[in-house]
Design a protein around this ligand. Structure first.
Ligand SMILES: [Zn+2]
Length: 480
C-alpha cells in the first residue's frame, strides 16, 4: 500500500514519477486568472491564523461545511476564528474523495510542512503550529507567492476599479507582476435598472465623462480599457451564463441605451441585444490592443435568493447550468474572425457535458497566426478536481492539441491555493507516464518532458507574451 499523499502522490508509474520530479515539479507558476485581493498584496498582509486565509472567503469550504450540517454562523457568521476552524476540522474527515481533502492536506504540507491529517483531534495542534508560522514575515502574502514560485498573477477587476493597489505593488518594486484583468460583467448586466444606472454614475465619476448616450458609454468604458492597459493589463475576462450573439444595429443599441439611461426595465430581448453589442465592442478593443480575452461560461449563479439577500454574491450558492452554448459561441467568434477582429481567446465551460463541444469549437477559429490561438481553458470551478481535469485533458488530447495547451490557473480567492498547480501537474504526468509504459507513446522523455514543461509554464509564457524574470539559479530543470 502506498503512503497517503507522499512524494509520488497520484503518480502510479515510474515514468510518471520521473516526468513529474524531473520536468514538472520545479516549473514556475503563471497564474493568469485568479481572484486574489490586490489590496492584500499591496499591504503585504500577514494572516493571524489559518482560519483567515482558509475560511474567510472560500465558498468551496463553506459548501462542504453546510453539507456536513454546520450552522452558517461557523461559515460566514460571527463565531470566532478558532470556533470556525474547529468546525472545518470536524468537516474535513467527511470530505474524503472531494478535492478539498487533497487540497487541504497538500496546503498543510507545502506551506507549513505539516504532515498530520486534519481532524478534531489534530485541530488545535495544527491551528497553533500554522498560526505561529503565519505570524512570521516568511508568511506574508508576498512571501507566500514567492514560496510557491509564482512568476505572475492576474487578478479580476471591474472597469471602474482605481487599480491603486496594482499601482502600489508596482511602485514598491515587488518582483512578481500583479496585473489587473478587465472584467466588465457589471457594464453588461441590465437585469436591474437601478443597478446599471448606479454603475453608469460610477463610471462617470471615475472617467470624468458625462454619459447620456450609448456612444458616451462606450467612450467611457474604452477610456477605462486604455487605463487598464497603462497599468499593465493585457487580458479581459467575462463571466456569463452563455455568449449573447444576437444581431444588432447601431440605432437599436442607441435606443436600448436610452431606455437604460431613463431607468426603464429592459425586456429579455433588449437585454440580450445590449449584451451582444457590448461583447462585440469589448472583443474588438481586446483585438486592437493584442489582449487575450477569456470567457467563463455556464454557471447558474445565486440560486438561493434567501442567501443572496443575506450574504450577497459569491458565497457558495451557484451550480452548473445547462445553457445552449454552441450556436451563439460559434456565431460570436465567427463574426469577429470574419472581420479580422478575433483576439486570442480562452473558453472555459462549467458544464462537463460541454467538454467535447469546447474541444472542437476552438478548432474552428485557429487561423495559423499563433500556436493554440483559441484555447479551451483548464477544468474550472466544480470541474477543478481529479476526474474533471482528466476529462478535460483527454477531450483536449483527442480533439485538439494538448501539447499547445496553456495549462492550469488557480481561479482562487486564497493565497494558499497554489498546490492546485501541483495537483494538475501530477495528473498530467500520470497520464503521459501511463501511456509511455503501455507502449502507447514512445519512451522519449526528452520530448515528452518538453511537452510537460510547455503545458506547465512555457506555453502560457509564450501565449501571453509576458516578459518574465529569468528563473532563479536554485530552480533546476532536468534535461534527461
Ligand atoms: Zn474566475
Amino acid at each position: 500500500m502506498k503512503k497517503f499523499l507522499d512524494e509520488n502522490f497520484l503518480l502510479r508509474t515510474k515514468t510518471a514519477q520521473k516526468l513529474y520530479h524531473d520536468y514538472a515539479k520545479e516549473m514556475p507558476i503563471i497564474d493568469y486568472h485568479c481572484h486574489l485581493p490586490p489590496e492584500q498584496i499591496a499591504d503585504d498582509v500577514q494572516f493571524e491564523n489559518l482560519t483567515q486565509p482558509w475560511l474567510y472567503g472560500d465558498h468551496y469550504k463553506w459548501r462542504a461545511m453546510r453539507t456536513n450540517g454546520v450552522n452558517e454562523d461557523y461559515c460566514t457568521g460571527k463565531k470566532s476564528d478558532w470556533e470556525k476552524f474547529q468546525k472545518w476540522a470536524e468537516t474535513v474527515p467527511y470530505t474524503l474523495r472531494n478535492p478539498l481533502y487533497h487540497w487541504t492536506h497538500l496546503e498543510l504540507q507545502r506551506y507549513f510542512d505539516v504532515h498530520d491529517i486534519l481532524n478534531p483531534d489534530t485541530a488545535k495542534k495544527i491551528y497553533d503550529e500554522c498560526g505561529a508560522k503565519l505570524k512570521t514575515p516568511a508568511y506574508s502574502v508576498r512571501n507566500l507567492l514567492r514560496k510557491m514560485n509564482v512568476r505572475l498573477v492576474c487578478t479580476t477587476d471591474d472597469p471602474t476599479d482605481s487599480l491603486q493597489h496594482h499601482i502600489k505593488v508596482k511602485e514598491d518594486g515587488f518582483e512578481i507582476p500583479i496585473l489587473p484583468a478587465f472584467r466588465p460583467d457589471n457594464a453588461m448586466d441590465t437585469s436591474d435598472p437601478q443597478k446599471i444606472l448606479k454603475y453608469i454614475k460610477k463610471l462617470e465619476e471615475v472617467t470624468n465623462i458625462a454619459i447620456s448616450s450609448f456612444d458616451d458609454f462606450l467612450f467611457a468604458l474604452q477610456n477605462r480599457h486604455d487605463f487598464f492597459a497603462s497599468v499593465g493589463c493585457s487580458v479581459s475576462d467575462h463571466g456569463l451564463e452563455e455568449i449573447c450573439a444576437d444581431d444588432f444595429t447601431g440605432s437599436e443599441s442607441d435606443a436600448i441605451f436610452s431606455k437604460i439611461h431613463s431607468g426603464k426595465t429592459l425586456n429579455q430581448d433588449e437585454q440580450r441585444k445590449f449584451k451582444s453589442a457590448m461583447l462585440i465592442h469589448f472583443a474588438e478593443w481586446d483585438w486592437e490592443k493584442g489582449w487575450v480575452q477569456q470567457f467563463h461560461l455556464g454557471a447558474l449563479r445565486n440560486n438561493s435568493s434567501r442567501m443572496l439577500q443575506t450574504l450577497g454574491k459569491d458565497t457558495g450558492w451557484d451550480s452548473v447550468g445547462d445553457f445552449a452554448q454552441a450556436k451563439p459561441l460559434a456565431k460570436f467568434l465567427d463574426k469577429l474572425d470574419r472581420n479580422n477582429r478575433l483576439a486570442k481567446t480562452i473558453l472555459y465551460n462549467l458544464n462537463p457535458a460541454n467538454n467535447e463541444l469546447m474541444a472542437t469549437m476552438i478548432g474552428n477559429f485557429n487561423d495559423g497566426s499563433v500556436a493554440g490561438k483559441i484555447q479551451w481553458g483548464s477544468a474550472w470551478w466544480f470541474l477543478d478536481q481529479k476526474d474533471g481535469m482528466i476529462k478535460q485533458v483527454d477531450a483536449l488530447s483527442n480533439m485538439s492539441l494538448l501539447s499547445r495547451f496553456i495549462g492550469m490557473l488557480t481561479d482562487s480567492r486564497s493565497f494558499l491555493s497554489y498546490p492546485r498547480h501541483e495537483y494538475f501537474r501530477r495528473i498530467l504526468c500520470d497520464l503521459f507516464g501511463d501511456e509511455i509504459e503501455n507502449g502507447e507513446l514512445p519512451n522519449d522523455l526528452n520530448w515528452v518532458g518538453k511537452i510537460i514543461r510547455d503545458i506547465c509554464y512555457t506555453n502560457a509564457q509564450n501565449y501571453f507574451n509576458w516578459q518574465l524574470q529569468q528563473q532563479p539559479a536554485t530552480v533546476k530543470i532536468a534535461t534527461a
